[in-house]
Design a protein around this ligand. Structure first.
Ligand SMILES: C[S@@+](CC[C@H](N)C(=O)[O-])C[C@H]1O[C@@H](n2cnc3c(N)ncnc32)[C@H](O)[C@@H]1O
Length: 274
């Protein structure tokens, strides 16, 4: 992909999620206007968004945070967060997973949320304040260049965002950089079966709709391995389109990260965008 193509795609993603944040701020469910985004389709209510959280978790959240949920899984369920830990949520949106994380790591821990969209950051900050959270910090930036120092984070979580990146090897390398040795990831994402080509993924949905840019299971595993992770698992949880699934991705940063260079992973951006 050319730099201009990648920039245009990122801008389309930013615009789409800014619209969604604005809709929630005005009191409606997170949606993306006339186009698609995660949880925008009529049949998506059970496969994207707040339905993926249990009643107890939803009870911990301000209504606007639950309404803003656009994820494809529940990373908190698998991250096994502990008191005092530092957590980073990539693409934190309306703040749902940051709020839940902040409660789990307690006052001695910190939950960072990183997002590139101003409207989402404003919504997340308002939601965290409404939930009485004091140990959450929302940062503006892109997940391909995380504005945190190396070896500063215990756990990286993310919910339906890495598929939206135009440079997935950079994201995986950044996760490895900011995690402490032995640090872990608990990520929800849309992941394709290995039988689907990038073109076939793009036939099933748009890039901004969290479908066309999805990695396959094998690509995810290879990318994490190359970035210096071990104990890698990518498990499908529910189907979101033919051959495409919500998935839980887990891995641990090796204590002695071995940099072997990053593989070229081509996201399926040739069609279906916008
Ligand atoms: C599908 S929503 C998911 C939001 C949230 N994780 C949730 O579960 O509700 C994607 C979010 O990721 C953000 N995002 C997408 N690509 C990004 C990038 N390259 N860098 C930073 N944020 C990004 C968008 O602004 C949006 O808030």
């Amino acid at each position: 992909m050319t730099t201009t193509g990648a920039e245009a795609l990122r801008e389309a993603v930013r615009r789409r999620y800014a619209e969604s944040a604005q809709a929630v701020s005005e009191g409606s469910k997170g949606s993306c206007g006339g186009g698609s985004c995660c949880a925008d389709g009529e049949n998506d209510a059970a496969t994207f968004g707040e339905a993926l959280y249990d009643a107890e978790q939803r009870g911990e959240l301000p209504e606007a945070a639950a309404l803003a949920s656009l994820g494809c899984g529940n990373p908190i369920m698998v991250a096994d967060l502990r008191d005092g830990e530092t957590v980073l949520d990539l693409g934190s949106g309306g703040g749902i997973d940051v709020i839940l994380s902040a409660k789990r790591v307690g006052e001695t821990g910190t939950a960072f949320g990183l997002d590139m969209t101003d409207e989402m950051l404003a919504l997340a900050r308002a939601n965290a304040a409404a939930a009485g959270i004091r140990n959450a910090v929302f940062l503006k930036g892109v997940i391909e260049e995380v504005p945190l120092p190396a070896d500063s984070v215990d756990v990286v979580i993310s919910n339906c965002v890495i598929n939206l990146s135009t440079d997935k090897p950079a994201v995986l390398a950044e996760i490895a950089r900011v995690l402490r040795p032995g640090g872990r990831i608990g990520i929800s994402d849309v992941v394709a079966e290995d039988r689907l080509t990038p073109e076939e993924r793009a036939e099933r949905g748009s890039f901004v709709g969290c479908i066309a840019g999805a990695l396959s299971k094998g690509e995810y595993e290879a990318g994490l391995d190359a970035a210096g992770f071990e104990q890698i698992s990518v498990e499908f949880t529910h189907q979101v389109a033919d051959g495409m699934h919500g998935a839980i991705v887990k891995a641990v940063k090796t204590a002695e990260p071995e940099r072997r260079g990053l593989p070229v992973i081509q996201p399926a951006t040739s069609a279906g965008c916008c």
